[in-house]
Design a binder for this molecule. Structure first.
Ligand SMILES: NC(=O)C1=CN([C@@H]2O[C@H](COP(=O)(O)OP(=O)(O)OC[C@H]3O[C@@H](n4cnc5c(N)ncnc54)[C@H](O)[C@@H]3O)[C@@H](O)[C@H]2O)C=CC1
Ligand SMILES: O=C([O-])CC(=O)C(=O)O
Length: 325
């Protein structure tokens, strides 16, 4: 009996993500919202013979009806990168899109679990938090920046150098979701894969800049959509399981105030004053229940964490200032 809304549902990520949500038999309602193309895409997906009823919502006037009663809201709305751009270059357009969509969440489904995919995630999540705070409905346990693609890439890229590695083994990735703010913890599988120092450096760099590989290969046609839809769905499926009583653990970019004691572990590694950081979070039906440590972080990974802190702090400040200005 889980109701899911996808905002930006007719886009490169939104379409395959909605398709995957449609295949989940625990979902009873799939509300698809966009500013273009939505009726056609939703009509198409609606014919698939699974439990959920699919409804199309197009344009701001329909946002209220789309969001009312939703348990999970997933937001892949906004523009993607072109070659030569950083995720921060998307701020000018996507900050306002996320602000307005989250206003809809604050007005119509403030108790929903909200998953932000729109980039730059390190800033759009703080923007969402500020809008919810402004409306007096902020529950930090219920807001997630989706960084699952980094985890998906980590497992796959290790498999590329160690063919015996099980590509389904999750590898924690913490920090943020852009370039050197992405910190893969490869030491978590090191006893199994025994990567050399050089291999660790190469695979780490590939995970940090995996998004660029796709942006360059698509050559102006956008960024990762299919792998992101898979990753986004994986995260949403975990939340659906949690809502249905099966707690889960995910690395996700969240407000560290949800568990001050659990956050201490990450603060001691360098994230001293950060409000948001991607951490390993235990998630239940009402969102984050606790933050858990990751064992065996190497000196190299500690250095990466320290390098990530300042850019993340700047990204958070940009997001917060955008709403408070
Ligand atoms: N968190 C992550 O790991 C990843 C994030 N992304 C980000 O996801 C976002 C979407 O990427 P794509 O799907 O490839 O882009 P896209 O351009 O194919 O689709 C975006 C969709 O958002 C819609 N949209 C624009 N303004 C809207 C509004 N105000 N309300 C509702 N919908 C609106 C557009 O009409 C379009 O259908 C980008 O910001 C991209 O950078 C992409 C890959 C990975
Ligand atoms: O690289 C991008 O712009 C899209 C993204 O976030 C990713 O693929 O990780």
């Amino acid at each position: 009996m889980v109701k899911v809304a996808v905002l930006g549902a007719a886009g490169g990520i939104g379409q395959p993500l909605s398709l995957l949500v449609k295949l989940n038999e625990d979902v009873t309602a799939l509300n698809m919202y966009d500013i273009v193309r939505c009726p056609g895409v939703a009509a198409d997906i609606s014919h698939i013979n699974t439990n959920s009823t699919v409804t199309a919502f197009q344009g701001n006037d329909s946002l209220k009806d789309c969001l009312t009663g939703m348990d999970i809201v997933v937001i892949p709305a906004g523009v993607p990168r072109k070659p030569g751009m950083t995720r921060d270059d998307l701020f000018g357009v996507n900050a306002g899109i996320v602000r307005d969509l989250i206003q809809g969440v604050a007005d119509n489904c403030p108790k929903a679990l909200v998953c932000i995919i729109s980039n730059p995630v390190n800033s759009t999540v703080p923007i969402a938090a500020e809008v919810l705070k402004k409306n007096g409905v902020y529950d930090p346990k219920r807001l997630f920046g989706v960084s699952t693609l980094d985890i998906v890439r980590a497992s796959r890229f290790v498999r590329d150098v160690r063919p015996s590695f099980n590509a389904h083994t999750p590898i924690p990735v913490i920090g943020g979701h852009s370039g050197n703010t992405i910190v893969p913890i490869l030491s978590s599988v090191q006893s199994e894969v025994k990567l050399s120092e050089d291999e660790i450096k190469t695979v780490t760099h590939r995970i940090q800049f995996g998004g660029d590989e796709v942006v360059q290969a698509k050559n102006g046609e956008g960024s990762a959509t299919l792998s992101m839809a898979y990753a986004g769905y994986r995260f949403v499926a975990s939340l659906i399981s949690a809502i249905k009583g099966k707690p889960t653990t995910e690395c996700t970019f969240i407000d560290l105030s949800v568990d001050a004691q659990g956050a201490q572990f990450y603060r001691q590694l360098g994230a001293t004053d950060l409000e948001f950081f991607s951490v390993s979070a235990n998630i239940g039906p009402n969102g984050v229940e606790s933050i858990q440590p990751i064992s065996g972080i190497s000196p190299f990974e500690k250095e990466l964490i320290q390098a990530a802190v300042s850019p993340i702090a700047q990204n958070i400040a940009s997001g917060v200032n955008f709403i408070r200005k």
